[in-house]
Structures are given as C-alpha cells and as structure tokens.
Design a binder for this molecule. Structure first.
Ligand code: ASP
Length: 269
C-alpha cells in the first residue's frame, strides 16, 4: 500500500521570501508525518503531528502564529476527519490552547459530537489534559494574508485522514467569526476514496460546501481537474480566490490556488 502526505501553509498574498521559509517548515512537518506512516502509524496521527509542528512553528496563522480578531483576541479553529468511518471532530473560536488540532481529535475520539465552540472547547481541552497558554499576537501577518494550515495523509491500511488548523482570516474579523476550517464538508472532508482541504476566505468554501464537492468530483475526474473545477466554482459563485489540496487512496495528489501563492509539499513513501 502506498503511503503519502500533502500539506499546505495557506493560500494568499505571500511574497517569494515568505513562501521559501514556509516551504522549509512544511517539508519538516511532512517528514514528521511520513515517518509516522512508515512506522505503520495511522493517517490521523500523521495529520495531527505534522499540523502540531506547523502550529508550534509560530510562522503560520495557526496555533502560536495565529492572527488576532478585531478585539485583539486570538480565537482558533481546527477540524480533523477520519475517511475510513466519516468520524470528525472540531473546535471553533477556542482561546489559549497551543494545539487546537489535537483538541479537535479528542472531540472526535472522546465524544459523540463533531464541533465544540469557544470557552466550552477550552474547558473540554483542559479536562482532557491540555495546558492553557497565553499566545502572543504576532506582527508577521501584517506582511501577507493569513496562512491557515491543512494536511491530508494516506496510511498503510489505505485510510485517509484530513485536518485543518487556523487563527482565521486577518483583518475586519468580527469577534466570534468562524470560517470553513472547522466545518466538515466545507473546509475539509475525507472518505474512503479521497480527502480535500481548502484555504482562503472561509465563507466562500462554506457557501459552496467545497471540500465535499471536491471529493465527490474526484470520483468522476482526475484529481488535477477536480481541484481546478473546485476553485472555478468558488470564483464563479462567490467571487473569491483560494486554494485546495487533495489526496486519494492511491496516493495520487493535486494542489491548486487562484491566489498569488500557496506553499505546499507532497511526500510519498
Ligand atoms: N479559510 C480560513 C478561514 O476563513 C483562512 C485561510 O485559509 O487562510 O478562516
């Protein structure tokens, strides 16, 4: 069975220098995931641990690098899905937690729910052993737009998992706004055949339920066509640009963006 992982660091207005550094960090994260997959680890572990690396880097709009909302507070969203059984877990508008993707996974595995929000998500995290941490707002994201992270992995058993983590879009964000990243079907989706993760203005992916649409399209056409059609629909229906990554059960992949840039990496074992 093929093993593979694909990660992105957000679709936006990056400049060349930024994407170079972002790609280095993504490469490291991809190797963390690949090592897990090589050692018979699950696609869920690979997605979670590689995203943890990105959250901890402080370089992306996720975890320690998250942007602030209009009231100066950092509120993060994350979601994770197991394509083998369609289970998913997510947190939205969570504060003071370093690794929201890991809390999302706990929601998936320890509860019968899919999404827990705000202070209840943080309380759930603390009850499950996560430490609270004050995240210092970063200036970095003044340089380029917000840079959510997403990952999709395929393990030796042929299972696909997908995950997202974000501090949301930068600027003009009403406190409590939640984007597509923790919404299954919109910002992320995986089934037994393929997985998809989106990045960009979350509202556009929610309105088009794009990750689910893209996974369905991948059953009818090559992945490279599915990602292009997906972003074409988003542009036509909502006027927004964005990015998407996909991976299927054969380890085939596709990545596409209609924004200026989107750093991404793919590794196959
Ligand atoms: N999709 C994310 C959101 O709308 C932002 C991003 O991908 O950069 O919250």
């Amino acid at each position: 069975m093929a093993i593979a992982i694909i990660l992105h660091g957000g679709a936006g207005d990056w400049n060349t220098y930024d994407t170079g550094k972002a790609k280095d960090i993504l490469e490291k994260a991809a190797y963390i995931g690949l090592k897990i997959l090589k050692n018979n680890g699950s696609s869920l572990d690979a997605v979670e641990k590689s995203i943890n690396h990105l959250e901890n880097s402080g370089y992306f709009d996720a975890g320690l690098g998250s942007v602030t909302q209009n009231d100066g507070k950092i509120r993060m969203d994350a979601g994770i899905m197991d394509g083998s059984n369609l289970k998913c877990g997510a947190v939205a508008a969570i504060e003071d937690i370093k690794n929201p993707i890991s809390v999302a996974r706990k929601v998936m595995e320890k509860t019968s729910h899919c999404l827990i929000v705000s202070k209840f998500a943080a309380e759930f995290a603390v009850k499950n052993g996560f430490k609270t941490i004050k995240i210092k707002p970063k200036q970095l994201f003044k340089k380029h737009s917000s840079d959510t992270v997403g990952a999709i992995a395929l393990d030796k058993k042929g299972n696909i998992a997908v995950g997202n983590s974000t501090g949301g879009v930068y600027g003009k964000m009403i406190p409590g706004r939640v984007g597509d990243s923790p919404i299954a079907g919109a910002g992320y989706y995986a089934d037994a055949y393929a997985g998809a993760a989106t990045t960009g203005i979350g509202e556009s992916f929610i309105r088009t339920v794009m990750s689910k649409q893209a996974v369905d399209m991948a059953k009818e056409k090559p992945l490279k066509d599915a990602v292009r059609t997906a972003l074409k629909i988003v542009r036509q229906k909502t006027g927004c640009n964005g990015g998407i990554i996909m991976l299927d059960k054969n380890g085939d992949y596709a990545a596409h963006h209609t924004t200026k840039a989107m750093p991404w990496v793919y590794k196959k074992g």
